[in-house]
Design a binder for this molecule. Structure first.
Ligand code: ANZ
Ligand code: ZN
Length: 870
């Protein structure tokens, strides 16, 4: 029979949706709002299967919620600034702007070919001057609100890309893109004061109940809340440079104070700087420390090194007990107080250090069930629970009790310099967000540096600070630095010659508020219209890759708070629901010499034994490798365009939704795609058959099957369990195929069609199409018309679930003949006795057993048993 032609049908329906502006969202629509958003793409050139998966998921939700009567906003835009555009400029001599907008055009067409129900009228790219103008405005508002700092900081400098890298962009000491060994440099940078919100960012994680637990945990660890004690150690005056009296430390283990063996301070701690003045060797050591990176893993990996300053600190519980003060490479200046007391027995870093410098280790926590006399510390510090030992008045307590006891005692003791010796303190690992990038293709930071007036904001009426078009990429570094006519401007305050800031913003800034901008995407006068933004936000469901679980989501949470503080939104948490989808993975293929081969160039033979692979062109044998994330380097990518061209967008969408739970990796396989394609054709044939005028069903049970499926699919969509919805829909297709099966040629003529059964099946088929429509929207439209339904399925209201059809409303009764069980009969729970008698008498087994005789009596025990007495 006829086949469904996706290639013809898909553009037709896309046009029908567009013509009727079905996905255009209005702010004044009175229906309840629902905002569904997928992470917007970086316009790298072409969309990949990860995009297909991500956007297919979001689209299911958008279409489903729309059908359920929500005013759905489902926008799309482009995260368009960034390094690759500059690299393309350097390599291919094409301007970053040209490259970016050309990629956007390609990718927009690709997304449109997927049939996504997007409101394209809201589209923007972050490199549009209209967008970055408002971002500059936000920067200046944040600056005025005290949320921006300019400070000198040690940064990771990539000598090849000639830019600063964030800590997470440094992998094993190398730049994530260039692979060059990263250097430490002291540079003046712009920072957003994300740490101002550390406590709130941490606390509110508890309210994000519709986020994956895993993502919340990653955020919590990143923020790194730590509850400890700030303790002021007195310094022994005889050993200490004049003026220095005390050394405050931050500790989370004051319980281990009697296990202290030394003190350690950061290389740039004021006391170290002071001591270095009189000790050139110390100065040299400190200089050496400064050259190394400050990323946590780097510190953990590096050998622990120190230098004894000769200074001695006094133990807070024993004036006769002094501790040597070292400068140590594992103590950071920007955490806590930049100083610690070291307890080797219960901290691994302290133990490594103590072993290197012969400082000893005294255990003060004894594990349960161990004899205190036999506790020894060798190579491994003990960080577990137990009871305090070797700790005077703390002995016998748990570490927690000891913590509290130490805190209480020292809080009420007065330090020589006044004030309490200790106070409880909460610290956060989170650092302020350095946003300066020495790049061209980013949002210019709108300030001007004047020799007389200092740093001046660009006046609002001069925004945007536009990127100059005439730049050259023939040398590494920042083209803005060597563009005098752009860079040299008069000071907005005094008019004297001044210089523009040539740093641009980290591209993570661009993506930290785009979701808010979508609520008023073309507003020229302001970043948002607060009332409109508040009517849409938070995003009800955000969907994206788990690789953004920390930074992007944290920055967005910060930005929302900062925008609240500056009056642009009225809420703190931007994303009510968060979903992180898995990757798309594929087998890898190599030739004998190790060169990667792309899947389209591989052909398989699976005769008797193992599956074998050969190169389609050369016939050379191919080694089938492990399944890995689709990537250009492994060549194991499948181009969505090719799939859409051969099978249609619906097939690609369906397969991406069906293969595995959406949070897991999805394995792309040819068989899977073909399976999806077969389902598509099967539905098409089924609908054609059911819609035919001479259609006569075999058995009428369709309403029930359809409503059961509906209940399951609703739940699956709400929970984003798309693969479950797929499985249920497949079952319904099977059920409907069963009742409508083509009759065999020699089968007896069909009984006259029961009009109500036909109606029921057609109604069930309509429901099938509505459930299918969020996932295979084009096919559903095509079949909707064939079934004779008016309008578009994309406009149809979601079917109302008939709960009465969900209850188990049939019973199966054993049928006995003269006391022996001979058969079973299934009847409605409510069937009356005469109906049950008739049903029993028409059973084959009963007819045979009666041998033509009329039974003497039939006893029906309702819902239990039927007895036939002959
Ligand atoms: C004494 C002690 C004994 C410590 C012990 C730990 C175990 P979190 O949980 O990350 O906050 N520390 C404090 N400031 C530091 C800095 N600037 N650079 C390096 N290390 C620093 O860790 C707090 C612990 O890390 C503190 O508690 C301190 O060592 C160390 F058995 O104090 B502790
Ligand atoms: Zn000036």
């Amino acid at each position: 029979s006829e086949r469904y032609n996706a290639k013809e049908a898909e553009p037709k329906w896309q046009k029908a949706w567009a013509d009727r502006q079905l996905f255009l969202t209005r702010d004044d629509d009175p229906r309840p709002k629902y905002y569904v958003l997928e992470m917007f793409p970086y316009p790298s050139g072409r969309i990949h299967m990860g995009h297909v998966r991500n956007y297919a998921m979001g689209d299911v939700l958008a279409r489903y919620k729309r059908a359920r009567g929500f005013n759905v906003m489902h926008p799309m835009g482009w995260d368009a600034f960034g390094m690759p555009a500059e690299n393309a400029a350097m390599q291919n001599k094409v301007h970053p702007k040209e490259w970016t907008y050309a990629n956007i055009a390609t990718m927009r067409a690709q997304l449109q070919s997927m049939g996504l129900s997007l409101d394209w009228s809201r589209e923007f790219a972050t490199c549009d001057p209209a967008y970055y103008k408002q971002q500059q405005r936000l920067f200046l508002d944040f600056l005025a609100a005290g949320l921006v700092d300019r400070k000198s900081a040690k940064v990771n400098w990539d000598p090849v890309d000639q830019t600063v890298l964030a800590n997470e962009q440094v992998i094993d000491g190398k730049g994530w893109r260039s692979g060059a060994a990263v250097e430490q440099r002291e540079l003046t940078q712009w920072f957003f004061r994300i740490t101002d919100f550390a406590a709130d960012l941490d606390a509110k994680l508890d309210t994000l109940t519709r986020w994956p637990e895993k993502v919340r945990l990653m955020q919590r660890n990143w923020i790194g809340r730590s509850d400890g004690l700030h303790v002021r150690f007195a310094l022994d005056p005889a050993t200490t440079p004049a003026g220095e009296r005390e050394l405050p430390v931050y500790t989370t283990r004051p319980d281990t104070l009697f296990g202290a063996r030394f003190m350690a301070i950061a290389a740039d701690h004021p006391l170290a700087l002071e001591a270095a003045k009189r000790d050139p060797k110390l100065a040299a050591f400190a200089e050496e420390c400064r050259r190394h990176g400050t990323a946590q893993e780097e510190i953990d990996r590096a050998e622990k090194k120190g230098y004894d300053t000769g200074i001695r600190a006094v133990h807070p519980f024993d004036p006769s007990w002094t501790l040597p003060v070292y400068v140590a490479n594992f103590v950071l200046m920007d955490y806590g107080t930049g100083a610690i007391f070291g307890c080797p027995a219960h901290d691994q870093r302290d133990l490594d250090f103590a072993q290197a410098y012969g400082l000893g280790a005294v255990p003060v926590v004894c594990p349960a069930g161990t004899d205190p006399a036999s506790v020894v510390i060798t190579d491994t510090a003990y960080t577990g629970e137990g009871r305090m030992i070797n700790s005077r008045f703390l002995d016998g307590m748990t570490p927690q009790e000891a913590f509290d006891d130490v805190a209480r005692r020292l809080e009420s003791e007065t330090a020589p310099g006044g004030g309490a010796v200790a106070e409880r303190r909460t610290n956060y690992r989170l650092r302020d967000w350095g946003i300066s990038r020495q790049r061209y293709w980013g949002c210019p930071i709108p300030v001007i540096h004047c020799g007389d007036c200092g740093t001046q904001p660009v006046p609002a009426e001069d925004l945007p600070v536009l990127l100059p078009d005439d730049v050259s990429f023939d040398r590494p570094g920042n083209p803005l630095d060597r563009h005098p006519t752009w860079r040299d401007v008069p000071c907005p305050a005094c008019g004297k010659p001044a210089r523009r800031e040539t740093d641009t913003m980290d591209t993570f800034v661009d993506s930290s508020w785009y979701f808010a901008r979508f609520t008023a995407p073309h507003l020229g006068s302001a970043p948002t219209d607060k009332a409109i933004a508040d009517s849409w936000l938070p995003v009800n469901q955000y969907i994206g890759g788990v690789e953004h679980a920390i930074l992007h989501l944290l920055y967005s949470r910060f930005f929302t708070r900062a925008m609240r503080k500056t009056g642009w939104v009225g809420l703190d948490e931007p994303f009510e629901g968060m979903f992180t989808q898995g990757m798309v993975v594929h087998e890898t293929y190599r030739e004998a010499d190790g060169t990667w081969v792309q899947p389209v160039d591989v052909r398989f033979e699976s005769g008797t034994g193992e599956r074998q692979a050969f190169h389609v062109k050369t016939g050379a044998p191919i080694v089938i490798g492990p399944i890995e994330k689709m990537s250009k380097s492994r060549k194991n990518t499948v181009d969505p365009d090719d799939i859409i061209a051969s099978y249609g967008a619906d097939t690609a969408r369906w397969f991406m939704l069906s293969d595995s739970p959406p949070e897991r990796d999805a394995i792309w396989s040819d068989e899977g795609v073909q399976g999806a394609n077969r389902l598509m054709q099967r539905v098409y044939r089924l609908v054609n058959r059911i819609a035919a005028p001479d259609f006569g069903p075999a058995a009428p049970d369709a309403a029930k099957a359809a409503h059961r499926t509906l209940a399951a699919v609703e739940e699956a969509f709400e929970r984003l369990h798309f693969n479950v919805a797929v499985a249920r829909i497949n079952e319904l297709v099977n059920a409907l195929s069963g009742v409508s099966a083509d009759r065999a040629k020699d089968a007896p003529p069909a009984p006259p069609a029961d009009p109500s059964a036909v109606e029921q099946i057609r109604a069930a088929t309509g429901m099938l199409l509505q459930m299918l429509a969020p996932m295979m929207p084009h096919l559903a439209e095509e079949c909707w018309g064939i079934l004779g339904r008016p309008g578009l399925v994309a406009e149809a209201a979601w079917p109302t679930l008939d709960r009465s059809l969900l209850v188990e409303d049939e019973v199966t009764l054993p049928v006995q003949i003269n006391g022996k069980k001979r058969a079973e009969v299934t009847v409605a729970r409510t069937a009356d006795n005469s109906f049950v008698e008739q049903a029993v008498l028409s059973l084959d087994a009963v007819i045979r057993a009666l041998e033509g005789k009329t039974p003497r009596k039939i006893v029906v025990v309702p819902q239990r048993i039927v007895n036939v007495v002959v």
